[in-house]
Design a protein around this ligand. Structure first.
Ligand SMILES: C[S@@+](CC[C@H](N)C(=O)[O-])C[C@H]1O[C@@H](n2cnc3c(N)ncnc32)[C@H](O)[C@@H]1O
Length: 353
């Protein structure tokens, strides 16, 4: 906490999203810069950590998309926020079963954390894979972007309307205590909120300014080079208007103001707001569906059956438990949603048609 206290000098106040950016990604004190948060020894597990079948289904989706794009001889698959590299490893292994696609595909990893990049580089040794600091450097298409739990890792702003005036959430750190409070919003911030029909001036408004900025280049590349993007995240479709910030530490919910720099902080992604954003960028957006629906459309149940025939009872039960975790409505199945964005001239959809 000392380093953090030093960082946020006494009385210094910053907006919530700048605070999240510092404590999650700062090169000295940032959570993702100092820790491997994935797995039993970390703080949480993600779908690629739970089962390889998740990555296999992403590969099936990619292969189908490649076909619909008329089997290009060169295509870029870009993973946004690859974490510990689990998905990329499964993707590479599975893609080898489709030699024509494998030979055509170039893989780019886009990672902000130096620490995680190091972990990825130690694990992913394929010459097919390169790390890009800036997505603007991608010159050739088509481009297919993929991100699992990427959007919910991008800092958000929070606003609240009180007696007709909009206030923004700020943070102050004083003597180890983290204080959140609302402060009258600047006009330029209010103007941004007014751009979106999805944003209703009720309750707490969560606004992903970092996310929108980050995705600008993704939208431009899809428009210019053809292709699309698939994002899977913990989030909602119907209006929420509540504070969804949450923190996890060692697999347990944690008070947002505690274990700063040691605990992850995320929130629920507002999928309709992102849909409106992508539409405004002149891209097509498919119907947002649940993770469960998506994985079943890609054939996860059939794959489970095939694999089960080769497994003993203990292994089968282990795999069943993992797949259940991904599909069950009260586990990840309904809580996680899938959004697919594509170039206007592309008519591929999540029905794989
Ligand atoms: C919650 S983790 C998900 C990791 C992985 N996709 C998975 O499902 O296991 C978020 C990932 O996004 C990365 N990340 C966050 N913000 C980023 C940004 N602006 N640019 C690139 N990577 C970012 C984090 O460092 C981390 O690798």
């Amino acid at each position: 906490m000392n380093k953090i206290n030093k960082y946020f000098r006494e009385n210094k106040i910053i907006p919530l999203d700048s605070f999240l950016d510092k404590i999650l990604y700062d090169k000295d004190i940032g959570y993702y810069q100092n820790k491997n948060p994935f797995g039993k020894k970390g703080d949480f597990v993600t779908a690629p950590n739970i089962s390889n079948l998740f990555g296999e289904m992403i590969t099936i989706w990619f292969v189908s998309f490649w076909k619909k794009l008329n089997k290009p001889k060169k295509i870029n698959f870009i993973e946004m926020g690859p974490g510990n590299g689990d998905l990329c490893l499964t993707f590479l292994k599975t893609l080898k079963n489709f030699p024509e696609v494998y030979n055509s595909t170039n893989i780019i990893l886009y990672e902000k954390s130096k620490n995680l990049k190091k972990i990825q580089k130690n694990r992913i040794l394929s010459k097919k894979v390169s790390w890009f600091q800036k997505l603007s450097k991608i010159k050739n298409g088509p481009v297919v972007f993929f991100g699992n739990e990427f959007l919910d890792a991008l800092p958000i702003k929070q606003f609240k309307k009180i007696n007709g005036t909009i206030f923004e959430k700020y943070v102050k750190i004083r003597k180890k205590n983290v204080n959140f409070f609302f402060k009258k919003s600047f006009k330029k911030e209010i103007r941004k909120l007014k751009n979106y029909r999805t944003i209703k001036n009720e309750g707490i408004i969560e606004y992903p300014e970092y996310g929108f900025k980050e995705l600008e280049v993704v939208c431009n590349k899809i428009k210019k080079l053809n292709g699309g993007a698939l994002f899977i995240d913990y989030g909602y479709i119907n209006e929420h208007n509540i504070d969804t910030l949450q923190s996890v530490f060692k697999h347990k919910y944690n008070d947002i103001g505690k274990n700063i720099g040691k605990a992850d902080i995320t929130y629920l992604v507002n999928f309709n707001l992102y849909k409106e954003y992508f539409n405004m960028k002149n891209l097509k957006v498919d119907k947002i569906i649940s993770q469960s629906e998506f994985l079943q459309k890609m054939g996860i149940r059939e794959r489970f059956k095939i694999l089960s025939n080769k497994l003993n009872d203990k292994e089968k039960s282990n795999l069943y438990t993992r797949i259940k975790r991904l599909l069950h409505p009260q586990m990840m199945g309904q809580k996680f949603k899938v959004i697919f964005i594509k170039n206007k001239k592309c008519n591929f959809n999540l029905e794989l048609k």
